[in-house]
Design a protein around this ligand. Sequence first.
Ligand code: PMP
Length: 288
Amino acid sequence: MKIWFDGKLVDREDAKVSVFDHGVLYGDGCFEGIRFYDGKIFRLEDHLVRFYNSARYIFLTIPFTMDELAAACCDTVNASGLKDGYIRLVVTRGEGNLGLNPASCPRACVFAIVSEITLYPAEMYEKGLTLITSSVRRNAPAALCPQVKSLNYLNNIMAKQEAVQRGAGEALMLNEQGNVAECTGDNIFIVRDGVVTTPPVTDGALDGITRQAVIDICIELEIPVDERTINRYDVICADECFLTGTAAEVIPVSSLDGHSISDGMAGPITTKILAHYQNMVRATGTVC
Ligand code: PMP
């Protein structure tokens, strides 16, 4: 598989990041996870806008234009020979000295990796996955804005490990106030009395591209949808619950901390949104 590395396609063995890169030393950088279906990249522009905004927030200049990176994604997809897959786009601060100050890093390093992806087994899309509430809190906006998709994922990784240790599929992460933010790599939605609700991004959620696609689907299908603060009680007492993310797509949740949701099966509204999403991702996208 070819890697797009700082402007050209190279073999995997030749795609090497320096041990002095601040991305490696300090997690100083940003990334995107993007999917393509039938050779078409889903909401590429939205991903690129988020990528540049994340970089902008951390004062990191990406040494390529958005058009160049769009072409880079397409070139990597074409070189992979895959029709369906995942693109990991990364920018690191680049090579510098051992000090924290990024002024020692003259040029950011950018790369794109394409790979196959299947995150959860097919039956989970019918039966749902189990959630636990993590003891690790989502980044506080005053510490590191959760809307920045930075290379700093350690608290999400800690939460994910907690889920694995407790035999669950995913971990629910709360914010500093104890309200629901999101999961470790997915946004969360609940359904109650026919209304679809997701926490506002200001409650500590990433402004997910799939989250927005689901909001768009609800509007199109005339399913009432709102963004408001929710807590664990709202999730436990929901009629349905599902997660959204580029990798996971739309996946139902069957329980939280042992409390069964929707009789442990995907609910009707979740199923409808999932079906619509599966059509949407193949009907649209940037042709490479
Ligand atoms: N939250 C977090 C913390 C994530 O890492 C992701 C995956 N990028 C998401 C939510 C879902 O975002 P998207 O739908 O853009 O993939």
